[in-house]
Design a protein around this ligand. Structure first.
Ligand code: GDP
Ligand code: ZN
Length: 325
C-alpha cells in the first residue's frame, strides 16, 4: 500500500486497520493480518480526541516486535466521529477513510427508530459521508410502512433500499452499491447487519445473533468494529450497535444545516437565525404543523438541539470502550 505523502521508512510497513478492540488492533499488511498496539506517543498527541487509531486507518507499523507497533496514522481522507459519552467530552473516532455509510434499520424486532436514524444521518452530513438508508425485515412491515419511511427520507435527500435478509430480497441492489467501495454498516443490534452481510457474501460467516437474547437483555454479539473484504471488490466495516449517537463539536447553527429539508422553509422564518424551537413566526414549525416536514424529523432535531444546551442524562455503559445496545 503506497502512501502519497512520503516513502515508507526502512524497517516499517504500511497497512490498514481491519479490527479495533479496546487496546489491540488488527492490521492487514499485504494480505496478512498482524496484531498491533499504538505506541505511547500517539496517545500523547490526542488533544480533544479519545482514540488515536480507528478501523479503516492507514498506518505505519514497526514489525520488529510482537505485537507490532503502530508508529504513525497516515492522514485521513475522512472519518466518522461522535461525542465519546455523556461523561466524556472528547471525540471518539469510529471509522476512517470511508466512501459511504449504510444505516441498517429494521421495521420490527427492533422497531424502526427515527431518532436513531436521524442522528446518524446528521453525523454523515456533518462528516461529508454519503449515507443510504436500508430498511430491513420488510417481511414484517405493516402495509404502507415502507412507503411512508421512504417518503420521509427521500425528502431529506437520502436514498432508501428495502431488504429482507432472510428471503434474499433487495440483496442484489445492495451488493451493487458496495462494489469497490469502503462502506460502513451501522444500526441497532438485531437490525440484521450480520444477516445482510452473510447474504451478500455467504463465505463471511458472520455470527448472527438471537434477538431474544440480546435485544431483551441488553447484550450484543458484535462488540468491535471490523472490516471485511468483499469478493466483489471493496470492504465493509461492521460496527457495534451504539445506543445514542451524539455529534461532537458543532454549534446549533451547524445542526440546522444537517436537516436539509428544513432549508426552503427556514428562508421564510421571521428571524434569519431562527432555531425553529421557540421563536414566533417560524416557517419550519408551521411546515411541521401542516405536515410538510415529517414530525419525526423535527422531533429528532429538537432533541439534538436541546442536548447542546442542557446536560444529558445517560446510564453508564457496562463497558465504556465499546458502548453497545
Ligand atoms: P445484527 O445484530 O444487526 O447483526 O443482526 P443479525 O443479523 O444478527 O439479525 C438479528 C435477527 O434478525 C436474527 O435472528 C436474524 O435471523 C433476524 N433477521 C435478519 N434479517 C431479517 C429479515 O429480513 N427478516 C426477518 N424476519 N428476520 C431477519
Ligand atoms: Zn424557524
Amino acid at each position: 500500500m503506497a502512501s502519497a505523502e512520503s516513502p515508507t521508512p526502512a524497517g516499517m510497513v504500511e497497512g490498514r486497520v481491519v479490527r479495533a478492540d479496546a487496546r489491540l488492533f488488527h492490521v492487514e499488511v499485504d494480505g496478512r493480518t498482524l496484531p498491533a498496539a499504538p505506541r505511547g506517543k500517539l496517545f500523547e498527541e490526542l488533544g480533544r480526541r479519545k482514540n488515536p487509531v480507528a478501523v479503516g486507518d492507514l498506518v505505519r507499523l514497526d514489525v520488529s516486535g510482537t505485537p507490532a507497533s503502530i508508529e504513525e496514522v497516515l492522514p485521513r481522507r475522512n472519518y466518522l466521529g461522535r461525542l465519546a459519552s455523556a461523561h466524556d467530552p472528547r471525540e471518539q473516532v469510529l471509522v476512517a477513510n470511508v466512501d459511504q455509510l449504510f444505516v441498517i434499520g429494521s421495521l420490527r424486532k427492533p422497531g424502526f427508530s427515527s431518532n436513531r436514524t436521524d442522528r446518524i444521518l446528521a453525523a454523515c452530513f456533518w462528516h461529508d459521508i454519503p449515507a443510504v438508508l436500508v430498511l430491513n425485515k420488510i417481511d414484517l412491515a405493516r402495509p404502507g410502512e415502507v412507503e411512508d419511511i421512504r417518503a420521509t427520507y427521500e425528502l431529506a435527500g437520502v436514498d432508501v433500499l428495502a431488504t429482507c435478509a432472510t428471503e434474499g430480497i433487495g440483496i442484489d441492489a445492495l451488493r451493487e452499491r458496495l462494489r469497490d467501495k469502503v462502506s460502513v454498516f451501522y444500526g441497532a443490534s438485531g437490525a440484521g447487519k450480520s444477516s445482510l452481510l452473510n447474504a451478500i457474501q455467504p463465505g463471511l460467516n458472520i455470527k448472527v445473533g438471537k434477538i431474544s437474547r440480546y435485544w431483551e437483555t441488553g447484550k450484543h454479539t458484535t462488540t468491535f468494529s471490523q472490516l471485511h473484504r468483499l469478493d466483489l471488490g471493496g470492504w465493509v466495516i461492521d460496527t457495534p450497535g451504539i445506543r445514542v449517537f451524539r455529534l461532537h463539536g458543532l454549534t446549533p447553527g451547524e445542526l440546522r444545516g444537517l436537516f436539509p429539508e428544513f432549508a426552503s422553509f427556514a428562508a421564510r422564518c421571521r428571524y434569519p437565525d431562527c432555531s425553529h424551537d421557540h421563536e414566533p413566526e417560524c416557517a419550519v414549525f408551521d411546515a411541521v404543523e401542516a405536515g410538510e416536514i415529517p414530525h419525526t424529523r423535527y422531533a429528532s432535531y429538537v432533541e439534538m438541539l436541546d442536548e447542546m444546551t442542557e446536560p444529558v442524562e445517560e446510564e453508564v455503559p457496562l463497558d465504556p470502550e465499546q458502548e453497545g445496545d
